[in-house]
Every structure is written in structure tokens, then in C-alpha cells.
Design a protein around this ligand. Structure first.
Ligand code: SF4
Length: 232
């Protein structure tokens, strides 16, 4: 889309704060930030809070998150004086899925795993983004083969709204430097070998030489390792 190309060119060399300020003004009252409490999302929460501007911050509680993430939700709210909105899955859909396919259906097939992600993540995301014109996410190109094509501004075809990835060209070192410099709170799991954190049964620590998202759905091929939240 021409409009999106223009925006990507305009902000190609801009600092992330300039990008955030522009889009928060441009879509004031109609923009949301989805946090999963990753290191990238914690950087964005810090930066968004620093702008002093209004933005809806939300997260998806799948019901299968690690305890460390629940602790971080509380400490992040406290640190930044915010109250992140938590969206839950429709309980009828969870009950039906678990009843017919079992509690840990995701280990049985990619289809089952995608069904679980749909029920626990995609449907709540759709509700969370309803009525918004733009959303912000913490994707970086460097994270995985499925994210190499991420741009600063994209059109989210599924939700028919603009999607902004302010950290699209950040390196992992840059993220950690920012976190250390600003003492941004992060999950204690990062100190235990985890490099990408999602639901507890679908995330493991990585070993030396493994890529950042190797610990997510580790039983699947690298090119299927997306939950479907991020489709451009
Ligand atoms: Fe279900 Fe695993 Fe997807 Fe979480 S990451 S929604 S537990 S399949």
C-alpha cells in the first residue's frame, strides 16, 4: 500500500520515541499496544509510559502462562503506574476444546496446536483490537526466520488495521542494553536460559547455539513457529 510505503520511508532513520509519538498522536484514542511481557514489549511499555500519552495497553492471558509472567504483570503495573487490560479466552471454547482433545492437545499435531492458539490467543486478540485503527507490537526481524520480513509499518490484513513494529530493526543486544540502562523489569525466566517466553507448556529454555525462538513449540519445524497473532 502506497500510504504504508510512504510512512516506512519517512521513519526509516528515526528514533523509536519519534515513531511512537507520531503514531500515538495520529491514532489518538484508537491505538492499542499488545504486550506479552517479552523483553521487547517491556522496552515498549517503558517508552510508551515515558511519552505520557494515552494508549490502551493489553495482554492476553491464555490460562497457561508461567507464574513468572503473572508476577511480571503486577510488578510492571506498579513500576509504570499503569493498569494493563487483561483479555481471557471464551470459556465455552476452552471447555469444548479440552473436553474433546485433551488438556495438552498441542503436543499431538500442528493443527491441534494452532487450534489451541486460536482459542486462547487469536479470538481474544480480535476482541482486544475491535474498534482500534492501529496496534503496536514488539516484533524484531532478527527474532526468527518467520520474522525476517517485518517492517516498521504494516497493514494487518486479519484485523484490517495498521500495525506498527517500532523495534523491527533492533538487535537483541540493543534491547538488553536498553533494559539494563533503564532498569526495566523483565521475567526471571530470562536468567534461567529462556530467550522467548510464551505459554508454560509450549516454552523451554534454549541451549548454547540455539536461536532465540528455538524454545517455542520446540517439537515443530522453524517455519511453523508462529501462533498466528502476527500475520501481515
Ligand atoms: Fe495453547 Fe501452547 Fe498456543 Fe499457549 S502457546 S495457546 S498453550 S498451543
Amino acid at each position: 500500500m502506497q500510504h504504508i510505503d510512504v510512512l516506512n520511508n519517512r521513519f526509516a532513520d528515526s528514533e523509536v520515541t519519534e515513531v511512537l509519538n507520531f503514531f500515538l498522536d495520529q491514532y489518538s484514542g484508537r491505538i492499542a499496544f499488545a504486550t506479552s511481557y517479552s523483553i521487547e514489549d517491556q522496552v515498549l511499555t517503558h517508552l510508551l509510559a515515558s511519552t505520557g500519552k494515552s494508549v490502551k495497553i493489553f495482554t492476553l492471558d491464555t490460562g497457561r502462562l508461567p507464574e513468572e509472567t503473572y508476577k511480571l504483570i503486577g510488578s510492571t503495573n506498579e513500576r509504570y503506574n499503569i493498569n494493563v487490560k487483561v483479555y481471557f479466552p471464551e470459556y465455552q471454547s476452552v471447555e469444548k476444546m479440552v473436553q474433546t482433545k485433551g488438556m495438552n492437545l498441542f503436543y499431538d499435531s500442528v493443527e491441534n496446536r494452532k487450534e489451541c492458539c486460536h482459542v486462547r490467543k487469536l479470538e481474544p486478540l480480535k476482541r482486544a483490537l475491535s474498534g482500534e485503527d492501529a496496534w503496536i507490537a514488539g516484533l524484531r526481524r532478527e527474532q526468527s526466520v518467520t520474522r525476517e520480513g517485518v517492517n516498521l509499518v504494516e497493514f494487518d490484513k486479519r484485523h484490517c488495521i495498521i500495525k506498527i513494529n517500532p523495534l523491527y530493526n533492533w538487535t537483541e543486544d540493543k534491547v538488553w542494553d536498553f533494559i539494563k540502562q533503564h532498569k526495566v523489569p523483565v521475567s526471571s525466566l530470562y536468567g534461567k536460559g529462556f530467550t522467548s517466553i510464551g505459554c508454560a507448556p509450549c516454552t523451554r529454555a534454549v541451549t548454547a547455539g540455539e536461536s532465540i525462538r528455538e524454545g517455542r513449540w520446540w517439537w515443530e519445524n522453524p517455519d511453523t513457529k508462529e501462533c498466528g497473532l502476527h500475520v501481515s
